[in-house]
Design a protein around this ligand. Structure first.
Ligand SMILES: [Zn+2]
Length: 570
């Protein structure tokens, strides 16, 4: 309850600061801001009692909100054309940003970390004025840009990008043999850590070209299809890559090293693998798992989503990352996760967790993407569930049930899975494990596997290449199933606690009273109870109901491996 009040207060601060930021930069901002913010605050804040919220800063809002100078334009393409100097540890060059105006305006918001310098921004040959505010770069145009018109600006920048966050942001490293190994992993800090872009989740370019000049002898593996390399004659070679699909900014990657390359095919899908020469033989064995992984996910969801760009695995020194069509791999060419049995039930040692998890993001995260970081469970909850599906397809249903239930030990139930919108807040780790357990629960609520497989297949296909929010997911599932699943989604995603099935036995009468204890007053979920070999399904709600049972309290079971719930017996 106290958490609820705090959340509300911080939300108001957030809205206020967006208005302040808008007002500070333009007199026309007020209208645009209210348009941008209107879908954001429809739902009351969750009743989390756990961690004290961190105050929201203006920088959080500039980064996380879909503000007035973001909402007024729609990205079309990027051409990132840069030079990376391993000696000086610098990046320099430009991003050509093509966009369509959705409203008349004279200003757009781009983003670049304050550690990097803006050299100039050009519209054709006209230099543009710009204002920097924490990570935001507000670009001003001398004339009104018209709604419906397309424009391209060249954003020149240079400097030493920050090495930070979980996987490094941008790292000038060395491989074990002492050769340069330079890589990016910036989902936490944002892609503007190392290149200028519209750094948010809602809007993606339709396609992107990536050109990277590096010293001769090194290899750059970026996203998309390899177009070729050009010797620039000054000791540098430019590597050109073409992404032919929408792409999240944070998925855009550089992997520069002394890579060797080998390739394979799955039907007409090209598979390309890049590893250090010392690891070639190990990689040839381990990366064979990529085929079975793609076959499993194609079975459930349909064709690999970035076929024209191909599928790649690229060795990196951190555990892994779902960089679109160029998945970063650092799991030491062994099964499990960094040598561990990841869910502790003997299933994870049968496969390479990083290949299976990070590549699952090609379907959820990269093809179906969340429009705001608050709803990142659409990436991580679904992809963790994809691991379960991979296990089911490859090793059978029993292993899949063991595997998903192994995740229970990792669930904390301290904060809701969906974080506050518009401030680039990272949801808690429960979005992975509880997210997957929730989807496994939903499968058993549907209680018809043929229907469930069709439902998740069609859900993926319906939202492929789109950026969506949880409301879109819930509306789709409600509409397709003709069930009112909103309280289920809300209980698992917007509250901390999982539902508890309360059972009160009256053994003399041979009856048991039952109801759900849940935060959602309309929570209603069928569940299997009674005898494990002969389940009975009860339609439990938050109101007491009574059922007959010949079973004693100690013999009365609940299918807690199929539904992620607590049970209390009296
Ligand atoms: Zn993931």
């Amino acid at each position: 309850m106290t958490g609820s009040n705090s959340c509300r207060r911080f939300a108001q601060v957030a809205v206020f600061l967006v208005f302040m930021a808008a007002a500070a930069h333009s007199s026309t901002a007020w209208q645009a801001t209210s348009t941008a913010a209107s879908p954001v605050w429809q739902r009351p804040p969750a009743t989390a009692a756990a961690p004290t919220p961190v105050p929201v800063t203006l920088a959080d809002i500039l980064r996380g909100a879909y503000g007035p100078y973001r909402v007024n334009n729609d990205l079309l393409s990027y051409h990132l054309d840069i030079r990376v100097d391993p000696e000086k540890q610098t990046v320099s060059g430009k991003n050509s940003i093509r966009f369509k105006m959705l409203q008349d305006g004279t200003r757009i918001q781009l983003d670049l970390h304050s550690a990097l310098g803006v050299d100039k921004v050009l519209l054709g040959t006209t230099p543009l004025q710009f204002v920097r505010d924490s990570g935001a770069v507000f670009v001003d145009f001398p004339q009104m840009l018209r709604a419906g018109q397309e424009y391209t600006i060249d954003f020149y920048y240079s400097g030493h990008p920050l090495t930070t966050a979980r996987f490094g942001g941008f790292t000038f490293g060395k491989d074990p043999a002492g050769r340069p190994w330079i890589y990016t992993a910036c989902e936490d800090i944002g892609a503007s850590d190392w290149w200028p872009n519209k750094d948010q989740w809602r809007d993606e370019v339709e396609n992107m070209q990536i050109s990277v000049a590096i010293p001769n002898g090194l290899v750059d593996v970026s996203n998309g299809k390899f177009l070729g390399k050009t010797d620039l004659g000054d000791g540098y070679t430019r590597w050109d890559w073409l992404v032919q699909y929408p792409i999240n900014n944070y998925d855009v990657a550089l992997n520069i090293g002394n890579y060797v390359h080998f390739s394979d095919q799955l039907g007409d899908l090209p598979l390309d693998f890049y590893v250090l020469p010392e690891d070639l033989e190990k990689a040839k064995k381990q990366f064979a798992q990529a085929k079975g992984m793609i076959e499993a996910y194609e079975h459930y969801f349909g064709e690999y989503p970035f076929k024209k760009d191909g599928y790649k695995l690229v060795e990196v020194p951190y555990s892994g990352m779902e960089h679109q069509s160029a998945v970063a791999y650092g799991n030491h060419f062994t099964n499990g996760y960094l040598g561990r049995d990841w869910t502790g039930v003997g299933v994870s040692p049968k496969f390479d967790f990083i290949i299976i998890h990070e590549s699952g993001h090609e379907w959820f995260g990269n093809a179906v993407s969340a429009a705001d970081r608050s709803d990142m469970w659409i990436h991580e909850g679904w992809t963790t569930y994809l691991e379960v599906l991979y296990v089911e397809y490859t090793f059978g249903h029993e292993d899949a049930q063991k595997y998903v239930n192994g995740y229970k030990a990792k669930v904390q139930n301290r904060e809701p899975i969906i974080a506050e919108r518009g401030i680039a807040a990272t949801p808690p780790q429960d979005m992975y494990f509880k997210g997957a357990l929730f989807l496994n629960t939903l499968r058993n609520v549907i209680n018809d596997d043929a229907r469930w497989w069709a439902l998740i297949h069609d859900f993926y296909q319906h939202f492929k290449y789109q950026n969506i929010m949880t409301e879109d997911v819930v509306a789709y599932f409600n509409q397709q199933t003709q069930l009112y699943l909103t309280p289920l989604f809300d209980q698992y995603l917007r509250h901390t606690a999982i539902p508890t099935l309360e059972l009160k036995f009256n053994e003399a009468d041979g009856t048991v009273d039952y109801r759900w204890q849940a935060d959602e007053p309309d929570f209603a979920m069928p569940i299997r109870v009674g005898k494990r070999t002969d389940w009975q399904i009860i339609q439990a709600t938050t109101y007491w109901q009574t059922m007959k049972t010949p079973l004693k309290k100690s013999d009365f079971d609940v299918a807690t491996d199929l539904y992620f719930v607590n049970v209390s017996k009296e």
